[in-house]
Write a protein that binds this ligand. Structure first.
Ligand code: MLT
Length: 312
């Protein structure tokens, strides 16, 4: 009897801590977002949700790790739209975002901010563009590697102003931000999840936000669009995944915990403070994420292939 009851207990998911894999370095926006939801998710599930950073190759090292993990619900994954751009950017990818995962749900939509080191010699976007054009061999732009949204935003910026800069890849915008604050690198486009507090504390200089409307968290900061870069818009969507074959009842339990976390008043307040949007609950579903991922792969694939950007 004792033996049977312990088997029954072990079968009830979750009976031990769950690992939430983050594909970029600790301290960066994906890591911050993951930690915001890990604690309330853990409370709902009755087990700790441990955040683990697996870095490298614009998030694809972690994606591969999760694709090959045991499909038992104990390894789950948060990733942004890099999940949709990877198949075009990395031609030798060892996973398929449409075949190797179960979808838990969309999580958050995050605006970006165009930043410079504090003492960068320009006081608004137009001055910054003029300086960058006149000093293009000297100005450095940080990003988190091919497939990172900081890379995507940086590419859009360079193409919008018609200049190619010296880009410096990091394992996440957490370490890139440390170097921006330390003055080792000049420019970085990064998500508000990480940047709002640093902008408010004056630790970096901000030139614009990447949404078409100003952000409630930074109401005095103009959009890139209103300063002359018409239509400059980047908003970063995120999803939570599990390896393919994770049982449906387990996926449903993780989804319920995710939905509860996103409706937790403290989480909602923190997200609002960072101008991070929580999607409508019909998107926080396996179907909502799958449909969005498919349409994003179809959207970005041709753009990336046409631009001829790839890793190998
Ligand atoms: C991070 O968490 O470091 C960022 O999301 C990386 C990126 O710019 O994509």
């Amino acid at each position: 009897l004792i033996g049977l009851s312990s088997i029954a207990q072990a079968d009830v998911f979750p009976s031990r801590p769950i690992t939430l894999v983050v594909p970029f370095a600790a301290g960066g926006p994906t890591d911050v977002a993951a930690r915001m939801i890990a604690i309330p998710m853990g409370k709902s599930l009755g087990q700790t949700v441990i955040v683990e950073n697996t870095v490298g190759a614009g998030g694809t090292v972690a994606t591969q790790r999760v694709a090959r993990a045991n499909p038992d619900g104990y390894t789950i994954f948060i990733h942004h739209m890099g999940m949709a751009t990877a198949p075009a950017l990395y031609r030798k990818l060892s996973f398929d975002p449409l075949k190797d995962f179960e979808y838990i749900g969309q999580v958050i939509d995050v605006p970006m901010t165009m930043l410079a080191r504090k003492d960068f010699p320009a006081n608004n976007l137009q001055e910054m563009i003029a300086y960058v054009k006149a000093n293009k061999d000297k100005v450095s732009l940080a990003n988190a590697g091919l497939g990172a949204v900081s890379h995507l935003c940086g590419m859009l910026f360079q193409s919008a102003i018609g200049v190619e800069l010296n880009t410096i890849p990091y394992k996440g915008t957490g370490p890139a931000m440390n170097d921006l604050m330390g003055g080792q690198v000049d420019l970085l486009c990064d998500q508000t999840t990480q940047t709002v507090p640093l902008v408010k504390e004056g630790r970096v200089k901000i030139y614009g936000v990447t949404t078409l409307k100003r952000l409630s968290a930074l109401p005095n900061v103009p959009t890139m669009d209103e300063q002359g870069l018409k239509g400059f818009e980047v908003k970063v969507w995120h999803g939570i995944y599990a390896p393919k074959g994770t049982p449906k009842p387990t996926v449903d339990k993780i989804n319920a915990a995710l939905r509860a976390a996103l409706q937790d008043p403290a989480v909602k307040q923190r997200m609002t403070d960072l101008s991070v949007e929580i999607p409508s609950m019909d998107k926080v579903t396996p179907q909502g994420l799958q449909t969005h991922l498919e349409s994003e792969i179809n959207k970005w694939g041709p753009v990336i292939r046409k631009a001829g950007i790839y890793a190998d």
